[in-house]
Write a protein that binds this ligand. Structure first.
Ligand code: FAD
Length: 304
């Protein structure tokens, strides 16, 4: 049964990956480890949904069985959502298969048995393009493809053996403090050019006038602790795709800009006319944010 096999513990990502497989002209087969997950994904166009059933609640513990299953099914390609869990499972599975792997692809296509994949290197400074044939495992982030509802797929249950050397003894949910910037329509981003935490009020006022969420650069969250870590944008933070992104005192280093590249309109306010953010910006304002932002707020409120 050659075809593209996909996995994500998140139904929305799994549904997107099925769309990729179908757009590649291949049969899509979804893999899950739970019956409920199979029910959730069955209406997105997979030819079949396989539930690999064993006695472990940890997906990574099935990597060896999953590799044997993919081999047995003559899978062409295994595409996995690049979540923490997906990355772990994908790497272990590729290891057991002894095949090639592309981690965190930024774009993929599958043409005549060849996987064409782009991924960022050197903190996003360059894009590496690879062409791989034979069985390949690839991880890719959410939001690259559009899921489409389809007829209900057959669910097939397969008994597998879990590697129970790692056991789940306890789980504690992470309490997220910030907003979900990945889905924000507008973002006002605060950089290290801001002098003191009280000045966040100015950013909040601009955000409120625009109906925007507040984001920041890494230093604001990780060094100064002015905003929660969920709110920093960039290669090691959130990747945002808003219609409008306004940077206040953000120099625009590549590790940050990677996270805003897909914003529709980028506006930068910085007092240094040579700041790299101006190369990424659609509109640049050279000047002191403490003079410019109050004027912007006034203008937005006046024109509402
Ligand atoms: C492996 C690695 C991963 C990283 N990941 C990330 C990441 O995910 N996200 C991220 O953001 N960073 C990341 N960084 C850090 C990144 O390299 C930069 O150091 C960081 O983005 C710079 O933050 P900044 O622009 O706020 O600060 P700065 O570079 O200090 O820039 C401040 C800017 O404010 C301007 N300014 C100062 N005062 C004013 C004023 N009154 N009005 C207007 N402008 C003013 C200055 O001219 C300057 O351009 C990473 C670094 C590494 C090494």
């Amino acid at each position: 049964m050659a075809g593209i096999f996909i996995y994500s513990e998140k139904t929305d990502i799994a549904a997107e990956l099925i769309s990729f497989a179908k757009a590649s002209g291949q049969d899509a087969y979804a893999i899950t480890f739970e019956a409920e997950a199979a029910e959730a994904i069955r209406n997105y166009g997979a030819k079949k949904v396989f539930v690999l059933k064993g006695d472990s609640p940890i997906a990574e513990n099935y990597a060896k069985s999953l590799a044997a299953f993919l081999k047995n099914e003559s899978a062409n390609l295994f595409v996995v959502g690049a979540t923490a869990r997906g990355r772990d499972l994908a790497a272990r599975t590729a290891g057991y298969l002894g095949c090639g792997m592309v981690s965190d692809a930024s774009a993929i296509s599958y043409v005549d048995g060849t996987l064409l994949a782009d991924r960022m290197l050197y903190g996003g400074a360059v894009i590496q393009s690879e062409a791989l044939t034979g069985m390949v495992v690839v991880t890719i982030a959410a939001g690259k493809f559009t899921a489409a509802a389809a007829e209900s797929a057959e669910i097939v249950s397969v008994d597998v053996t879990a590697d129970n050397r790692v056991k789940l003894v306890n789980s504690t949910p992470i309490i997220k403090e910030g907003c979900d910037l990945r889905v924000a329509d507008k973002v006002v981003c605060v950089g290290m050019g801001m002098d003191k935490p009280e000045d966040l009020k100015m950013a909040e006022e601009l955000a409120s006038a625009l109906g925007a969420e507040i984001g920041c650069t890494r230093g604001i969250a990780e060094e100064r602790h002015w905003l929660p870590v969920e709110q920093y944008i960039g290669i090691s933070g959130a990747v945002v795709t808003p219609n409008l992104y306004i940077a206040m005192g953000v120099s625009g280093q590549v590790q940050h800009v990677v996270g805003v590249r897909e914003a529709k309109i980028i506006v930068a306010i910085d007092k240094n006319e040579k700041a790299p953010i101006f190369r990424a910006a659609d509109y640049g304002i050279v000047g002191d944010m403490y003079e410019i932002v109050p004027l912007l707020i006034k203008a937005i409120k006046t024109n509402k």
